[in-house]
Every structure is written in C-alpha cells, then in structure tokens.
Design a binder for this molecule. Structure first.
Ligand code: GLU
Length: 485
C-alpha cells in the first residue's frame, strides 16, 4: 500500500446488546489510530443478523460512542461517500457480489440439508479429523442439481476454498499462516437469501476503502475467509486492508472477560458515575501503553501517542480497582464548573435536589469539600444528602453508636459551646470543639467528632465535619444535635 493513501479505519459492531468494555476498547483504538494518522474513522453497523440486532441497541451504540467522545467521520447520522453504513441497507450489494462469485466459479450452490451436514460432522468427529464442510456440492452435475430442486431444496451460496494456505502480516502478531485444511468452504448467503458476516464485512471493507482493520483477536480466524472474498472481488493484494488483531481482554481472575468480572455495558459504567475520559484512559491501557510506565493519558495525548507498534500481543487484564482509581484522578482534575455539571444530574436523579437556584448554590459550595474524596460520581448524592434533606434522621445503623453516655456527654457539651459560638466558620467550629472535647474532656478525636458527625450528618461517613457544619448552618446543626440528645 502506498504511504500517501489516506488511512481509513472502521469500527463495525454487531449491536446484539449494549456495547461492552471489549467492544469499546476496539472502538477506542480504531478512533485513536484514525486521529493519530489524520485519517478517517468510519462507523459501520453490522446488523445483518436481524433476529438479534435491534434498533434500540443500534441507537444505544451511537449514544455510547458519542458520550465517550469517539466522534465518527462517516457512518450513521453523519453519512459519507460510501454509505449507507448500516449493512441491512446494503443487501442488494451483497447479493450482487454473491452472484458474481457464482458466475466466476469462486462460489457454488450447496444443497446439503442440515441433517446431512450434521452427519458429516459426526463422521469427522468419529474419525478425529478437522471439522468442516466436505465439499460435497462443489461439482454437482446438472441432473443432481435438478434433482435437489425437484425435492424443493433451496441452496446456500458457499465459497470454495482452494487447497493451499493464506498468509498475511498482522501488524501486531507478524506473519500469520492459515492452512486451508482448517479453513473449509464457508457459507456466504443463507438459503433465505440473507448474507453472512464474512461476506458483508469483506465486501464493505473493500467498498468503503478501509485501509486498516483493528479488531479483537477473536476475529483472527475469520481473516483467511475475508481475504478469499477480496480475491473473489478481484482486489490486488497490495490493496487488501492491513490487519491488526488486538489482544484479548481477560477478567481479573484471568478468565475470559465476562459479565461476572467486569464485562458490563458502558451504559452501566455511566450510571455508576464513571467519566468518559476515565473509561477511555483506562481502556487505552488494555493492550497499549503510552510508555514510561505512565498510566494517565488524556484523549489528546492518546491521539498524539497512539501507534500500533505500542500495542502488545499478550492478553490484557481488566482491573476494576485501577479503573476506579483513574476515575478518582479524573474527577479531581475537573474544573469546578465541570464537576458541578457532572454532579447535578446525579443529585437530581437520586432525588437529593430538585434543581432550584438555592440548591445549586449550596451544591457549588459543597463540591470542593468532596472532590478529593470520591472515586465515582455516584458517591455524591449519599455524601451531600444531609445538606438538603427535609426530614432528617440518623441512619439506623448509626443510632446505636451515639446512644451511650459518653456520646450524650459529647453532644451536650458540643451543643452548649456551639450555641455560644458567634463565628460559624469551619475554623471557628473546629476551634471550639477541639478545646471542649479533646483538650478539656480528653477524648480521642475519632470518638469525639464521630458522635457529632453522626448527629449532624446522620452517618459516620460524611464529608469533612467542620466544613459540613459550616455549610449546613448553625441553626440546623444545633437542631440536629438537640434532636439526637
Ligand atoms: N461485526 C463484528 C462483531 O461485532 C466485527 C467485525 C470486524 O471488526 O471485523 O463481532
């Protein structure tokens, strides 16, 4: 391929569900590679499996990519010169190529029934030979065909794999050779006329002028079949897309990533309070590294630094704790305005605020005291609830913790001293309580302030106590201590 050719990379999911960590890692690498090279990022929906792909999942896929900031140059809703970008709208194109392959002898009609194919598989299992189609229908006579037709059988279109091997250079794995003994003749079109993935994906990669296919390693074994389709289309080898198969993502337990060990939808992470830049930063590290042991990358740095040479071939391991830590870092790095914008929907959804100006003003004041302390946005509502609740009550699991004599004493002394405090600042509150509880009563800070914390915020987990009391105000703080007594 000439170096002047524009790089065109595609992300081509089959949305049979919500997009997951594994899909998005692929999308991210595709996007980063396109942006790094100044090429085009093409988004194609592979929805030929109409039973399993739904419009809802397609819409969700678009939303997820947009939310992550992985804008595409060509694809659904954006259009482009090689559309349509939904395979379900390109069926006539696949039919045309299937017919061409039949006409040129690259493919043939296969009339074998499901039972006959199963019998072949059974015999192969018994003989311990590689499974796959045995070529029964490769050279049917006119009479045999007529007989099948008379029986009412409808044929599939099957690609003929000639003897030999397919070799290609994977940009991550180097030279890969497939022996055709293990790549049997494969179906291109079902007997209801619908195309299969291998036909559609290869035809579209050619027609959409894709130069680089970066995708998961699970698709490595489909590559020789796709290359056969390029050959049948008459594409010159130097014009085949270059392949880069990204390493598997394993779960923490070294098992293949599944729902149980982190492979949940990106929508789930969004709900759970992860920032798009944290998800992208973390997923970028699954199989790629920016070098120098770095783990923090912005989207801009990812674009600057992303090369396929830096992608490893060994499996990556998904680590929820690391994602959480990166999310905490990204939250801390937010400007006050951005942090407010991210927080408000979480607070309203949780019913902590309704969104009045007064509430928002208080949220604005409160956010700086929690920004350092949270790892996900979902932690915000429980932390700030005490400031807004109308019917304040100490959490059930905390009531017992302030029912003892010592706690009562702490609360009584606090109430007396704070009532007399004129300067209701966090410094003022801290000064008074330290003097009264630590110095005079000789209590440990954890015990003394713990009781006040529960009385005022309702829980033993809260933002910093004195700042919390300052924000809540003198009247409410004292009211709550009184109520606890
Ligand atoms: N549509 C295929 C899938 O979601 C991927 C196609 C490709 O990347 O080659 O598994």
């Amino acid at each position: 391929m000439s170096s002047t050719k524009e790089v065109r990379v595609r992300f081509a999911p089959s949305p049979t569900g919500e997009l997951h960590v594994g899909n998005i890692r692929t999308a991210l690498f595709d996007w980063a590679y396109a942006r790094h090279t100044g090429g085009k990022f093409v988004f194609r929906i592979e929805d030929t499996d109409t039973e399993r792909v739904t419009d809802e999942y397609i819409q969700a896929a678009l939303g997820t990519l947009r939310w992550l900031g992985l804008e595409w140059d060509e694809g659904p809703e954006v259009g482009g010169p090689y559309g349509p970008y939904l395979q379900s709208q390109r069926l006539d194109i696949y039919a045309k190529y299937a017919q061409q392959f039949l006409d040129t002898g690259f493919a043939y009609h296969c009339y074998c029934s499901a039972e006959e194919l199963e019998a072949v598989r059974e015999a192969q299992r018994a003989a311990n030979v590689a499974p796959g189609y045995n070529g029964h229908c490769r050279n049917l006579t006119k009479e045999q065909v007529a007989e099948y037709v008379a029986m009412g059988r409808k044929p599939v279109v099957r690609m003929l794999m000639p003897d030999g091997t397919t070799t290609f250079t994977d940009l991550i794995r180097g030279e890969v050779i497939f022996d055709h003994n293990f790549v049997p003749d494969f179906v291109l079109v079902r007997n209801d006329g619908s195309p299969l993935y291998t036909l559609a994906v290869a035809v579209d990669d050619v027609l959409m002028k894709i130069t680089h296919v970066l995708r998961g390693e699970d698709l490595l074994s489909s590559t020789p079949r796709q290359i056969r389709v390029y050959q049948a289309m008459g594409v010159a080898p130097e014009d085949y897309p270059l392949f880069a198969h990204l390493p598997f993502v394993m779960g923490q337990d070294n098992a293949k990533l599944s729902k149980r060990n982190g492979e949940v939808s990106i929508a789930w992470y969004r709900e759970a309070g992860y920032l798009p830049e944290a998800i992208c930063n973390y997923l970028a590290l699954l199989g790629w590294s920016p070098g120098e042991d770095r783990e923090d990358v912005t989207m801009q740095e990812l674009v600057e630094l992303f090369t396929v040479e830096r992608v490893h071939s060994s499996p990556a391991r998904f680590d929820m704790k690391k994602l959480e830590a990166i999310n905490g870092d990204k939250i801390r790095a937010l400007t006050p305005e951005a942090f407010l914008d991210w927080s408000l929907p979480f607070l309203t959804r949780a019913g902590v605020i309704t969104g009045t100006d007064a509430e928002i003003a208080l949220v604005k004041q409160a956010l700086p005291i929690i920004q350092e302390r949270i790892a996900t946005l979902a932690e915000i509502p429980p932390m700030l609830k005490f400031l807004f609740t109308q019917d304040f009550a100490v959490a059930d699991d905390s009531v017992a913790k302030i029912a003892d004599e010592q706690s009562k004493k702490v609360l009584q002394v606090s109430l007396d001293r704070l009532t007399a405090l004129a300067d209701w600042s966090h410094e003022g509150i801290e000064g008074v309580l330290r003097t009264a509880l630590i110095e005079e009563l000789g209590l440990k800070p954890r015990i003394a302030f713990g009781a006040v914390r529960i009385a005022v915020t309702g829980s033993h987990i809260s933002p910093p106590l004195f700042e919390s009391m300052e924000l809540l105000g003198k009247e409410k703080s004292l009211e709550r201590i009184k109520a606890s007594l």
